[in-house]
Design a protein around this ligand. Structure first.
Ligand code: ATP
Ligand code: MG
Length: 458
């Protein structure tokens, strides 16, 4: 008589080479990498005729015109900045991942959203990290009270699934604290996080439930389970900001239903997280126009444009090797721009330490900030401040030429709105902006040298 052997439900797979083993190993025997074995569920496919196929009706391809969909309006979260970052509101049945440093206010933000949504929908807040009474305490502190909001203190995903009933919105706080009973590894491990997220995705799509999932950030700043979560999610948001700052930024990293460039600005108050709608002076300093080394650039993120000040400091190198440090601006970009200024404009930086900072903790990844960084560096090197009412944008090429950038018109309009009197822009972008010449002085430039001349920096 054949004995029935229990099939293993999980296995350990090397993330480098794909080698699999039933037990965890510190070093992969196939490729020799350390710490790469991650637990995965074993998916058994039906092979024998006595085991029926999972689905008896095979899926067929259908023409696009025959595809039906529900035109569901987006649901407002009650927090205007969050709606903007989401692309106009919450899309039903989507998975939204909210990542951020410990204590930044992730639970606070989603408690507020849940309370607002619970006025019109059934909302479940799964708190795997805090007890129900702690969540209640937070709700009371924030002045939220809603009978439509249900709390669940549970960490096992299968039990959470059994509790989902007819909830339309579910918050999972946090994905690192829940586990699936099908895997033996501890909650928070890469395998667990990935499997839990995949299960939640299947539930969301099949039952049209919207999930807000909180994810903790690792030491390196990535969402735990390096990037594995981001592929599964519809929208990935990062909540950032210095612990001591009142202002926090919410950035979309990925969005299937809106722009991934969007930035939301929030203020942390005693009554919780509040949207900041007037951010025109948030990224500008008082010393602008007085101290040398600062320059303002209109930066576009998603649908909005913000004036951001870039500050630079140049100090004499104490050691043989000069230092370059950046905050909010790409390091490699700075190194290239310094080389362009040295070679094309004759500004010496080889014996100086250079520090660059974008105000307010914002990250400027656009090439359009190049010219403003160059202007700030030249201003610091010459110790001549740049006029307070001048804004600059443009991409700088290695030959020192200034290239046109997208959304030139939008940037000029932002400069007019913020009260600037002069804008230095790429000559190639001039055509689309000429119509604003009566509202703001437009200075088209073709080379970095021309920009320096326009600012009297050479
Ligand atoms: N009694 C209070 N009064 C005012 N602010 C408070 C109070 N309690 C907490 N906070 C603020 O709320 C923030 C914590 O918010 P929250 O618990 O939502 O963060 P979190 O991102 O969920 O943290 P974690 O990663 O630990 O779950 C704290 O940084 C603090 O500034
Ligand atoms: Mg929390």
């Amino acid at each position: 008589m054949a004995t029935k052997t229990k099939l293993p439900t999980s296995q350990f797979v090397c993330s480098e080479c794909g080698y699999n083993t039933p037990k965890w190993l510190g070093k992969c025997p196939a490729c020799g990498s350390f710490n790469t074995m991650q637990e995965e569920l074993v998916k058994v496919a039906p092979k024998t005729p006595d085991r029926p196929a999972l689905s008896s009706i095979p899926t067929r391809a259908i023409p696009l015109s025959k595809v039906g969909y529900e035109k569901s309006d987006r649901v407002k979260s009650g927090i205007s900045e969050l709606d903007t970052v989401l692309g106009g509101g919450i899309v039903q049945g989507s998975l939204v991942l909210l990542g951020g440093d410990p204590g930044i206010g992730k639970s606070t933000l989603l408690t507020q959203v849940s309370a607002h949504l619970s006025k019109t929908h059934k909302v479940l807040y799964v708190s795997a990290e805090e007890s129900c009474s702690q969540v209640k305490m937070r709700c009371e502190r924030l002045g939220l009270n809603s009978d439509g909001l249900y709390l669940l203190n549970e960490t096992c995903l299968e039990d959470i699934e059994a509790n989902l009933d007819d909830y339309k919105f579910v918050v999972i706080d946090s994905v690192q604290a829940i586990y699936t009973a099908e895997m033996s590894s501890a909650a928070g491990s890469v395998g667990q996080v990935r499997e839990c997220a995949a299960k939640l995705m299947r539930i969301a799509k099949s039952r049209n439930i919207t999930f807000f999932i909180i994810g903790h950030v690792t030491k390196e700043g990535a969402l735990a389970g390096p990037k594995v979560l981001e592929h599964i999610m519809d929208t990935v948001l990062y909540f950032e900001g210095q612990q001591e700052d009142n202002f926090k930024l919410l950035r979309a990293v990925k969005n299937r239903f809106g722009s991934a460039q969007e930035v939301g600005v929030f203020e942390m108050t005693d009554e919780g997280v509040k949207s900041v709608s007037d951010y025109s002076n948030l990224f500008l300093s008082e010393s602008r126009g007085v101290a040398a080394g600062s320059c303002v650039t209109p930066s576009v993120g998603g649908n909005r444009c913000m004036s951001v000040e870039i500050q630079t400091l140049i100090a004499k190198t104490a050691y043989g090797m000069p230092r370059r440090m950046t905050l909010g601006v790409d390091y490699n970009k700075l190194v290239v721009l310094i080389a362009v200024l040295e070679k094309r404009c004759g500004l010496p930086f080889f014996s100086s330490d250079v520090y660059v900072n974008a105000m307010g903790g914002i990250r400027l990844n656009e090439p359009s900030v190049d010219l403003a960084v160059c202007a700030a560096l030249a201003s610091a090197a010459n110790d001549i401040p740049i006029d307070k009412y001048t804004a600059i944008f443009g991409e700088v090429g290695l030959t020192g030429e200034i290239r046109s950038v997208p959304y030139a018109e939008k940037r000029v309009l932002e400069c007019i709105k913020t009260g600037f009197k002069r804008v230095i822009l790429p000559a190639k972008s001039m055509k689309s902006c000429e119509k604003y010449a009566n509202k703001i002085e437009l200075v088209p430039v073709q080379y970095v040298g021309q920009m320096l001349k326009a600012l009297n920096l050479r």
